[in-house]
Write a protein that binds this ligand. Structure first.
Ligand SMILES: *[C@@H]1O[C@H](CO)[C@@H](O)[C@H](O)[C@H]1NC(C)=O
Ligand SMILES: *[C@@H]1O[C@H](CO)[C@@H](O)[C@H](O)[C@H]1NC(C)=O
Ligand SMILES: *[C@@H]1O[C@H](CO)[C@@H](O)[C@H](O)[C@H]1NC(C)=O
Length: 268
């Protein structure tokens, strides 16, 4: 719903311009899907974000804490992430300064090659530095574990240690082949951590068959949209194609490829 205020102070042209802006804004807001996000950290090609404007995409994260300047006029909400233990003491102040309403916690802390934090240590850092944001009304997304064998055991131990913590949702990552395998995993995760909505903040089909990857993306986003315990999701990733990549959403020049067209403009 939108309306135009006729103040009769300026000339007719100014009044018309204000109304046109209001209409344009109303249109772009109505089109996006509140669940659908982008995983995008390609600082080499920041203007690629322009193809995501006025699409189904409503939010973006880049594994960092501070919104990149290229998002300023995009109409896409930035969600900061505290990637690992380093710099965690500054995170709350950064989030408060930016006015962000939602945050993401540690990235794949169960992996030695990723943020690699012991559950007890992560819980202690969380309690001291991240939990206070919850009292300010910021929506807290728990650490995001992998779908490898260390993933859900890490999360259980973290939750067991984080007795003072509250979470608004739990993110998770999944890579593999086959819709059935993906659906089984998220349902099993939902069964184990039933108290929280889930966000799938990295997922992709690792098939090397392009039409299989496209079908996986097309079907899975429709399915995720239909589940009321899924609060958000972001396909991996909003990157340009490179040789041997099958799940990136952009072609080599930064335009949407077929997969990108499915994900950004597909049915919701
Ligand atoms: C706390 O985390 C440690 C690993 O850091 C784990 O050994 C322990 O079982 C956890 N405690 C609970 C209650 O889950
Ligand atoms: C790719 O997958 C589709 C659907 O499963 C199949 O029909 C097609 O033969 C596959 N293509 C190749 C090159 O394997
Ligand atoms: C996506 O799936 C629907 C059926 O669920 C199908 O009608 C549509 O053609 C598919 N789109 C693409 C681009 O594959």
């Amino acid at each position: 719903m939108q309306f135009c205020v006729f103040r009769f102070l300026g000339n007719m042209l100014n009044t018309v311009s204000l109304c046109v802006l209001a209409l344009a804004f109303a249109h772009s807001s109505a089109a996006s899907n509140a669940k659908r996000g982008l995983a995008f950290a390609d600082s080499a090609d920041p203007t690629d974000i322009s193809v995501a404007e006025n699409t189904q995409v409503s939010w973006v994260y880049d594994w960092g804490t501070t919104a990149p300047s290229y998002l300023a006029d995009s109409g896409i909400t930035y969600i900061p992430m505290q990637w690992g233990a380093s710099g965690v003491e500054d995170f709350a102040a950064t989030v408060q300064a930016s006015g962000a309403k939602t945050i993401l916690g540690f990235n794949e802390p169960d992996m030695s090659s990723q943020s690699n934090i012991e559950p007890a240590t992560a819980a202690s850092l969380w309690t001291q530095y991240i939990q206070p944001l919850g009292a300010d009304g910021v929506q807290l997304g728990a650490p995001a574990v992998t779908n490898g064998p260390t993933g859900t055991p890490w999360l259980s131990q973290f939750l067991g240690n984080c007795t003072e913590c509250t979470f608004d949702f739990i993110p998770l990552h999944w890579y593999g082949e086959g819709l059935g395998n993906f659906y089984n995993y998220i349902w099993s995760f939902h069964g184990e951590f039933a108290s929280w909505p889930l966000w799938v903040t990295e997922f992709a089909s690792t098939s090397t068959n392009v039409s299989e990857v496209q079908d996986f993306c097309n079907q899975s986003i429709i399915y995720l949209d239909s589940l009321d315990w899924i609060g958000g999701y972001s396909w991996f990733a909003f990157y340009r194609e490179t040789s041997g990549s099958y799940y990136n959403l952009l072609d080599a020049n930064g335009n949407l490829n077929t997969l990108g067209e499915i994900y950004l403009d597909g049915t919701d």
